[in-house]
Design a protein around this ligand. Structure first.
Ligand SMILES: *Cc1c(COP(=O)(O)O)cnc(C)c1O
Length: 578
């Protein structure tokens, strides 16, 4: 009985040397040979598969491999824990030109044979240079530090690996998801007929909401029509109204749903970047005059850039008057649902026909964790398709709980478990306290920015974002002001000392803080402002030098590097002083 050749492993000797329950192979240090790479040996392998020390079946989580599972996963947790403990900056600022080749050069056909070795390799490819959202100087996008009970949930849910499509693949998981949907719907105040489903994120929640709104609008139009009307005749007349500061996924949904980007009407906003109800009323009247159907109004409770909350009661009233579906995109603002002091900011959300919540933003959950809630659970049937193999109509009659009928996904993660363990461990009030802390911090940071002559800030925050820019001397051409701000952001990113985001306001480049980390102090904010100002001043000084000595051009070699970096997939091409 010839055992297949061992693949040499260049893994360092690993601490784990004890053996599987069946005594066949080291738990972490043993080789793993690709099943497919050795078909010949497999056909002639011994009858007892566990006799092989490289049996790929040993990599399956099973009753015989629980020690291997425990040690392997614990090893991964240990690596991340020590990484997090040692992290002194949110990232290293590595470039794609440095990292790209390392990933490309990995020979995926030659496994390392050992999870420990694979983790060692991952250290260089990923862990070393990853962006760490738990770091207090990560102030960029809507990424939150995550709560530990949710990480526990993540470990449990992926190991048991329930799928939330049907009862026979999930059992208790379906009940737990449903409890959390009911709990969230109740927090929103959607009433007794409400329902919903967990989704992969706000983008998917918004897409599904628009799908339901489209079907309901087609039905309404058909009901009023004197002759039978096909949906295809109605689609070109449908319009979605959302504010200029609404999320792009609304436009994307319109395109995906066959309505086209043009179906979205961008309603103007006020100074605080909230949808203007007067402008919305005008647009709705215009739709009526032109024979267009306002399929949905999408109000945003926490715009991605400004954290602004549209006037929901006014929106609800206009929707009722015009027969439009009201969707509230609370992907960011949903944390207010559990806030002790700010729940009233969401006043009017209870009138929504559907609501998007992203627990992976303001509930401090790991990606993915999101949900779509609807006032009338019956409307979820627009996402239903009966497949004989999965969810036959017969199952409906038997009242077997079944989530696939409500989802646009089929196989679906038990993401709800993360929120469940969070609520059962620390409670909703704890989550609300974390969100309140970052909203408080943003208010303080706004005051700091207001008092700082080096910067100008766009609006006073309602939630936890701040949009501002470095103030260049008066008379600076707008293009240079843009360049200075873009450079400051990029140079900060490259330094690895902090990360901020950027956006455009009325065509001009701005910088953005998204404060979602309760550990970030006002001192962190101040230090990042100093760093940004330093980079901005450097860029301005370099421009002045260039203008005084117009012949001082970058050397050809520098120009070539600039071109190469500009084509590389970087967030922003760095601007080099000549
Ligand atoms: C983040 C965000 C989305 C998209 O959510 P994902 O979870 O990233 O798909 C939608 N709307 C708003 C207002 C958001 O902030």
């Amino acid at each position: 009985m010839g055992s297949p050749p061992r693949i040499p492993t260049n893994a360092p000797a690993h601490e784990a040397t004890s053996c599987c329950p069946h005594g066949a192979r080291p738990l972490l240090g043993g080789p793993i040979v690709s099943f497919l790479a050795h078909p010949a040996e497999d056909h002639t392998s011994p009858a007892d598969p566990t006799g092989r020390d490289d049996d790929p079946r040993d990599q399956l989580l099973a009753a015989t491999t629980t020690d291997h599972y425990r040690r392997t996963v614990t090893e991964g947790v240990n690596r991340v824990a020590s990484k997090i403990a040692r992290t002194t900056r949110p990232l290293t600022g590595v470039s794609t030109t440095e990292l790209g080749p390392l990933v490309r050069e990995v020979d995926l056909d030659t496994p390392l044979g050992d999870a420990g070795a694979a983790l060692d390799e991952l250290e260089t490819l990923y862990l070393r240079d990853a962006v760490y959202f738990h770091h207090p100087r990560y102030l960029a996008h809507l990424n939150c530090p995550v709560v530990i009970p949710a990480l526990l949930g993540e470990a449990v849910l992926s190991s048991v690996n329930s799928s939330l499509d049907t009862w026979d693949q999930s059992v208790g998981a379906t009940l737990i998801e449903r409890r959390l949907i009911d709990w969230t719907a109740e927090l929103i105040g959607l009433g007794g007929a409400a329902d919903g489903v967990f989704t992969s994120g706000g983008t998917q929640s918004n897409l599904q909401a628009m799908l339901l709104a489209r079907e309901e609008a087609c039905r309404r139009v058909a009901r009023k029509s004197e002759r039978p009307l096909r949906a295809a005749e109605t689609l070109p007349r449908l319009r979605i109204l959302t504010s200029e500061a609404g999320h792009f996924s609304v436009a994307k949904s319109a395109a995906l749903l066959g309505l086209g980007y043009d179906a979205v009407i961008a309603v103007p906003v006020d100074e605080q970047r909230r949808m203007s109800p007067e402008a919305l009323a005008e647009e709705l009247d215009r739709c009526a005059r032109e024979g267009l159907v306002p399929m949905a109004v999408v109000g945003t409770a926490g715009t991605t850039d400004f954290g602004s909350i549209d006037p929901l009661p006014e929106l609800a009233e206009l929707c009722a008057r015009h027969g439009a579906w009201l969707h509230v995109d609370a992907a960011y603002g949903c944390g207010l649902l559990v806030s002790r002091t700010r729940r009233s900011l969401l006043r009017g959300i209870e009138h929504a026909d559907s609501v998007t919540v992203d627990y992976h933003k303001s509930f401090f959950q790991p990606v993915s964790s999101s949900a779509l809630l609807v006032r009338d659970g019956g409307t979820l049937r627009h996402a239903t398709y009966h497949a004989d193999y999965l969810n036959p109509e017969r199952a409906d009659r038997e009242l077997t709980p079944n989530q696939v009928d409500k989802s646009i996904q089929t196989t679906r993660r038990f993401d709800a478990l993360k929120l469940w363990l969070t609520l059962r461990t620390m409670g909703a009030a704890g989550v609300g306290e974390l969100f309140d802390a970052v909203v408080d911090r943003a208010a303080d940071a706004w005051a700091l920015l207001q008092a700082d002559d080096r910067f100008e800030v766009v609006t006073r925050p309602t939630l936890s974002t701040l949009v501002f820019r470095y103030r260049t001397p008066s008379g600076t051409p707008p293009a240079l002001q843009d360049e200075v701000n873009l450079h400051a952001r990029q140079a900060l990113f490259d330094s690895g000392l902090a990360v901020v985001a950027g956006t455009k306001v009325d065509g001009a480049h701005h910088l953005k803080f998204t404060l979602l980390n309760p550990h970030a102090t006002l001192r962190d904010v101040g230090a990042v402002l100093d760093l940004l100002a330093g980079h901005a001043e450097d860029r301005l000084a370099a421009t002045e030098r260039e203008q005084r000595t117009p012949t001082a051009r970058p050397a050809p070699a520098d120009a070539a590097t600039d071109a190469a970096e500009a084509t590389a997939d970087r967030p922003l091409a760095p601007l080099r002083a000549g």
